[in-house]
Write a protein that binds this ligand. Structure first.
Ligand SMILES: [Zn+2]
Length: 249
């Protein structure tokens, strides 16, 4: 799911900005170069209809996951795996005391937002130190992703694959290598696949110049390992609304 609107432009001002605000367009172009995708496989997110908005307005926030529960057959529990460098206090506050949602969050404990109230919603909290490196990080991700999915088997995983964990990120304060990010995504997708749980990945934060290439490399790696399936993506695109994954052959 992609739209050129994702690429932030401010009348040329983005060129002065230290972040790569055009990373999503670059990811798409890298994947096209590798022939993994073409335009016919891209789904553009549509603007929410009044009916859609009504679903969310009863809930105070427009919340995609609540939308999922109400509109997609067969989804009654979900696990959020949040591996962006920041604590995910938005979804945590949204799903406080909501037993349909299991939250695992791994983040730098010293950076924004440090939201102590929201932390109460996290079932598996992995608090990282400044400059955490690949070996320790990947071991913790592996242990806690497996642990989370063993504790509760959800109908869907929502995976926040933020790349602001990358070494040198001015906000994240962690020191994960590009290969570490590729490996991290692989660990999460393998855990999902071995249990046959569908997974929704969002690319989220991380705006260094090399970020787009790393995201594309990770997606290509997942494809090469058979963890994402172009044919299935095509099927989903043409058979929306989503059928429950359990019925897939
Ligand atoms: Zn972040």
């Amino acid at each position: 799911i992609y739209s050129p609107d994702y690429n932030i432009t401010f009348m040329g001002l983005e060129k002065l900005h230290p972040f790569d605000a055009g990373k999503w367009g670059k990811v798409i172009n890298f994947l096209k170069e590798e022939k993994l995708i073409a335009d016919d496989l891209i789904v553009q997110a549509r603007e929410a209809t009044d009916e859609d908005l009504l679903v969310a307005h009863t809930r105070r926030y427009l919340n995609k996951l609540k939308f999922l529960f109400e509109r997609v057959q067969g989804v009654s529990k979900a696990t959020i795996i949040d591996l962006d460098a920041h604590q995910g206090n938005g979804h945590e506050r949204d799903f406080m005391d909501d037993h349909r949602v299991y939250i695992m969050d791994a983040y730098n404990r010293y950076i924004y937002p440090g939201d102590g109230f929201a932390k109460r919603a996290i079932k598996r909290k992995v608090e990282l130190e400044w400059g955490t490196e690949d070996t320790e990080y990947l071991q913790k991700v592996h242990t806690h992703v497996e642990g989370a999915l063993n504790e509760l088997k959800p109908d869907i995983i929502v995976y926040n694959a933020g790349t602001d964990i990358l070494d040198g990120d001015p906000l994240g304060g962690l020191a994960i290598s590009p290969q570490g990010i590729v490996k991290r995504d692989e660990v999460v997708f393998k855990a999902a696949r071995s249990r046959r749980i569908p997974i929704l990945m969002v690319t989220s934060g991380g705006y260094q110049k090399r970020t787009a290439r790393i995201i594309a490399d990770s997606i290509l790696n997942l494809h090469n390992l058979g963890l994402i399936d172009k044919e299935l993506a095509t099927k989903i695109k043409y058979e929306l609304p989503l059928a429950p994954y359990a019925n897939e052959p």
